[in-house]
Design a protein around this ligand. Structure first.
Ligand SMILES: C[C@](O)(C(=O)O)[C@H](CC(=O)O)C(=O)O
Ligand SMILES: [Mg+2]
Length: 264
């Protein structure tokens, strides 16, 4: 809701963010039902497109088919599937492995067959495993097999991002996560290089988690929240974000409405 109010064009439901918010590692441990429920929840209260991180697709061909079907029904506008082996890990960590190109092609075909209008984002983690040329070549194959957008994961500098964009002619997504392999690059710079989507997948979670941690320190130290009150979203601001008045007025209007039954 906050992102929509600020005029961002889409939201990204991050696997890293979702698992961390549940106190779990980003190692493919959440279930499709948990992810689907979260998509449905976000869809209920926003109107901008939701890009959903579906990790490795929750299994092989038939599971991927069902994953895409359920996520789109829940409100996903774009669904991202990556070519890591299971259990997957954050793409910016060392020691990842990728599945074969053929295996990923099967997943993309299944995803393509399952979707109605949602876009399929194929993420390749191969740059860090089998190198840039394999990443480029996989990207081309994935597009040919039905993916709409390519997410080249964990490129390490501007030169690599530019090289990737210069050697492809399909839509690209750039992952501007922090504490990873990619240096800070601005959205505008990515756009100039040819990237259509830039995600900041875990930024809000990390900021919120740090703020909560500091707030707990303050509570422990001071015995109340007086000193940190200026750092809070006020009750009024928060109610505005969640359209509190709409619900209250709606309820009131319904009960104030004269009953038709009384007319008779
Ligand atoms: C984009 C990503 O898949 C995510 O789950 O948000 C992560 C982000 C991160 O761990 O910082 C990733 O693997 O890059
Ligand atoms: Mg992820």
């Amino acid at each position: 809701m906050l992102a929509e109010r600020k005029g961002f064009k889409a939201v990204y439901l991050s696997g890293g963010g979702l698992t961390a918010s549940m106190g779990l590692p980003d190692l493919g441990v959440i279930t499709l039902t948990e992810l689907t429920n979260m998509v449905r929840g976000i869809h209920e209260i926003t109107d901008i497109p939701i890009i959903v991180d579906a990790d490795t697709g929750f299994g092989e061909t038939l599971s991927v088919y069902r994953t895409v079907k359920l996520l789109e029904e829940a409100g996903a506008s774009a669904i991202q599937i990556e070519d890591q082996v299971s259990p997957k890990r954050c793409g910016h960590l060392n020691g990842k492995e990728v599945i074969s190109r053929d295996n990923m092609v099967e997943k993309i075909r299944a995803a393509n067959a399952a979707r109605k209008n949602a876009l399929i984002i194929a993420r390749t983690d191969s740059r860090a495993v089998t190198g840039m040329e394999d990443a480029l070549s996989r990207a081309k194959t994935y597009i040919k097999e039905g993916a709409d957008i390519i997410f080249p994961e964990a490129l390490t500098d501007r030169t690599e991002f530019k090289y990737f964009a210069d050697n492809t002619d399909f839509p690209l997504l750039a992952n501007m996560t922090e504490f990873g392999k990619t240096p800070f690059i601005k959205a505008g710079e990515f756009q100039e290089m040819g990237y259509r989507i830039v995600i900041f997948p875990v930024t809000l979670f990390r900021i919120a988690a740090k703020a909560m941690d500091l707030a707990l320190d303050a509570l422990k130290k001071d015995g109340n929240q007086e000193k940190i009150i200026d750092q809070m979203m006020t009750r009024k601001e928060q109610y505005e974000v969640i359209n509190y008045d709409f619900y209250q007025d709606f309820d009131k209007n319904i009960s104030d409405k004269p009953s038709k039954a009384n007319d008779k």
